[in-house]
Ligand binder design. Structure first.
Ligand code: C5P
Length: 242
């Protein structure tokens, strides 16, 4: 696993998994999280759970010692995204993301907005969603190949001063080679068996393959939340067995 440096601290031994808490309410979430601890995984709060529970649950999980990725994928005018990132920094979230397609000025405003915080969140740009294929891009009017579009958005994200990108693990080796070893590659679309159920994901890989390709962190929702024994599965991934 690649060592990572943040605020001068080197994280050598860490769990690569970010569990996507895609639940509808606080009770279900807390019942699930009770089985976990911060040495097993990080947590991700997305649109569904945040819309349902807001700041309170996010802060509760941070207070329990979890690193929380606030995955609200901001995409708005620079002033609005910058203000939202500031609130995220005040909440103490570990990571927050925005669509890189919001443009360089939007991302630079976000960087400026959090730069004064001693423990600022890592800022992450979303490239092309892992649920999207070449046909989807064509429908949107772009005939650029998916990996080229991902690389273009990732370079823009890095130029704007963000800490990393969300991409598919299938693009991780390309981005790792082009963007260096310190740039964070956050990869959803992880499945335990690429030949079986993909749900709505399209550009997928297994945990082991994704880490070998250069992913920094694996975002995993349903494969963990619907597992018979999520804790055992997390241990297997952390030990590199899966
Ligand atoms: O259940 P599954 O493992 O597919 O969940 C993936 C999670 O990662 C979801 O919460 C989804 O919103 C998020 N995500 C994604 N693709 C991105 C960014 C985030 O699937 N590009």
């Amino acid at each position: 696993m690649n060592p990572l440096v943040s605020d001068g601290v080197v994280f050598q031994e860490r769990t690569p998994v970010i569990v996507a808490l895609d639940f509808a309410d606080a009770d279900t979430t807390l019942r699930f999280v009770r089985r976990l601890d911060p040495t097993l995984c990080q947590l991700k709060i997305g649109k569904e759970l945040f819309t349902a529970t807001g700041r309170q649950l996010t802060e509760q999980l941070i207070n329990q010692g979890f690193k929380v990725f606030l995955d609200l994928k901001y995409h708005d005018i620079p002033h609005t995204v910058a203000a939202a990132c500031k609130v995220a920094a005040e909440m103490g979230v570990w990571m927050v993301d925005m669509h890189a397609s919001g443009g360089r000025r939007m991302m630079e405003a976000a960087v400026d907005a959090v730069s004064a915080y001693a423990h600022r969140p890592w800022l992450i740009g979303v490239t092309v969603l892992t649920s999207m294929t070449q046909e989807d891009l064509l429908e949107l009017g772009s005939d650029t190949p998916v990996d080229e579009q991902v690389l273009r958005l990732a370079k823009l994200t890095q130029m704007a001063g963000l800490d990393g990108v969300v991409c598919s693990a299938q693009e991780a080796s390309l981005l790792r080679a082009q963007l260096g070893s310190d740039f964070l590659l956050i990869t959803p679309g992880i499945r335990l068996d690429v030949a079986s159920n993909q749900d709505d994901q399209r550009r997928i890989m297994t945990p082991k393959m994704a880490l070998a390709a250069g992913s920094s962190y694996l975002v995993m929702g349903r494969p963990i939340t619907q597992a018979i024994d999520p804790v055992a599965l997390l241990r297997q991934i952390n030990e590199g067995h899966v």
